[in-house]
Design a protein around this ligand. Structure first.
Ligand code: FAD
Length: 407
């Protein structure tokens, strides 16, 4: 049965996160007709990372958007530090990176997505459909030919030469496509909450590690977005110990929050975010490609998932834009995107699994106030801090803009 509304385009992108919006922008810039479908009414969800990496900033430069982008409110972090069992440990030094911006820009993700969306809308061949939730794939003779979506006005069928699944970790696209997925055990979940900011608070976003626990504070202007890492499945136990005990836990990491931790006076203010790491075996089939978390869900460890999602989008546009302008692309073309992005993904996911095991679960810590050996090395040898800086700031195989502009 056909839907109440129909649309025909060259490329339909499911999901307006970092992967989907960046792929949409780059393909539209290259002259491809693009429709991005996003299920929410806006980009204002707070459970997103806030990190814009040097490689993404380099991309902004290549697109001629950097100066305007940096006018948006943001913090520039040139060195990442953590407080581990009470000791400040430098983790990564971005100042030696071979990029124009030698820092991570901390910017609420909705500002980043609004920025890309505003610029995308400047292309007449770009459409963004908000409140449009994809509920199924349209398949004809084993080829994916489009998607079916729910909108406030009813059903919408979008026919396209290519469907890009950029709908994140709980992707309906990869589920409906029947892609096989490999899951890696993740021993952590994250509790997500807000506590107000006051004058005199530390000026930067922070990570506090303590005996296998971790509190991350992201500066969101007038409040701290707090991420409290807990053992997977441990939320019920935390609740059973009661709110005052939980408030004490927070204060034991960041003493300056003592005078306002009671703002967390109801469990409804504390959201549980489940963390996953997984990867599809095949990212594509005829007419369909998955990128970003839809192809490979990332944990928050290292704060690299957004960068990786954007790098996938750049590779997609580099490899497919030219061909897509003149018609459908073959599955061999789609496989080239997976071939290009799979090993950086494997490497980063391997590192995230390592971080979970060695640092977050505190296995290498010998107890007391000691810090894990790997972190001690970073403390003793400053030059080593350039390695995590490259890994976090650029990622393996950083992508550069090669996609064309519209004819
Ligand atoms: C708690 C937590 C904190 C994190 N912090 C960081 C960090 O600080 N830095 C970092 O780099 N990474 C971080 N990550 C990882 C990062 O969030 C992801 O790797 C990144 O967001 C992936 O981008 P994406 O565009 O592929 O997917 P997403 O950002 O998940 O975007 C998917 C989009 O698709 C939309 N969507 C979903 N289903 C549908 C549908 N059926 N129809 C239409 N639209 C749909 C969603 O609404 C969403 O807008 C964190 C992850 C977690 C779990």
């Amino acid at each position: 049965m056909s839907a109440s509304e129909e649309l025909q385009t060259q490329c339909v992108i499911v999901g307006g996160g970092p992967a989907g919006m960046m792929a949409g922008y780059l393909l539209a810039r290259a002259g491809v007709q693009v429709a991005v479908l996003e299920k929410h009414a806006d980009f204002n969800r707070d459970f997103r990372g806030d990190t814009i990496h040097p490689s993404t900033l380099e991309l902004m430069y290549e697109l001629g958007l950097l100066d305007e982008f940096l006018k948006q409110p943001h913090q520039e972090v040139r060195e990442l530090r953590a407080v581990v069992n009470g000791q400040v440990v430098p983790i990564a030094d971005f100042t030696k990176l071979p990029t124009r911006c030698k820092f991570i820009a901390f910017m609420p993700q909705w500002d980043f997505l609004n920025f890309i969306s505003t610029h995308s809308k400047g292309f007449p061949n770009f459409q963004l459909h908000m409140q449009t939730e994809v509920v199924d794939l349209l398949i004809d003779n084993d080829r994916v030919t489009g998607v079916r979506a729910k909108t406030p006005r009813g059903e919408l069928d979008v026919q396209a030469d290519l469907v890009i699944g950029a709908d994140g970790r709980h992707s309906i696209v990869h589920t409906r496509a029947g892609f096989a997925r490999r899951d890696f055990g993740v021993p952590i979940d994250v509790l997500w909450m807000r506590i107000s900011k006051k004058q005199g608070d530390p000026e930067q976003s922070f990570g506090f590690f303590q005996h296998g626990k971790l509190l991350v504070l992201l500066d969101r202007g007038d409040y701290w977005q707090c991420g409290f890492v807990i053992p997977k499945g441990g939320f019920d136990e935390i609740k059973a110990r009661g709110l005052p005990q939980f408030q004490n836990d927070i204060v034991s990491f960041a003493g300056f929050l003592r005078d306002r931790v009671t703002e967390l006076d109801d469990w409804s203010k504390i959201k549980l975010l489940t963390v996953q790491i997984n990867r599809l075996r095949d990212w594509c089939r005829e007419g369909l490609l998955c990128i970003g978390d839809s192809a490979h869900a990332m944990s928050p460890a290292g704060g690299v998932g957004i960068n990786l999602a954007i790098q996938d989008a750049v590779a997609t546009a580099n490899l497919l834009a030219e061909k897509l302008r003149s018609g459908p692309v073959s599955v061999d073309d789609l496989r080239k995107v997976q071939a290009r992005r799979e090993w950086p993904t494997r490497l980063i996911q391997g590192m995230q699994v390592f971080i979970h095991r060695q640092v977050v679960t505190g296995r290498t810590s010998s107890g007391g106030n000691s810090i894990p050996f790997v972190l001690r090395l970073l403390k003793w040898f400053p030059i080593l801090r350039q390695l995590p800086a490259r890994f976090i700031g650029l990622g393996p195989r950083p992508e550069h803009l090669r996609s064309p502009t519209a004819r």
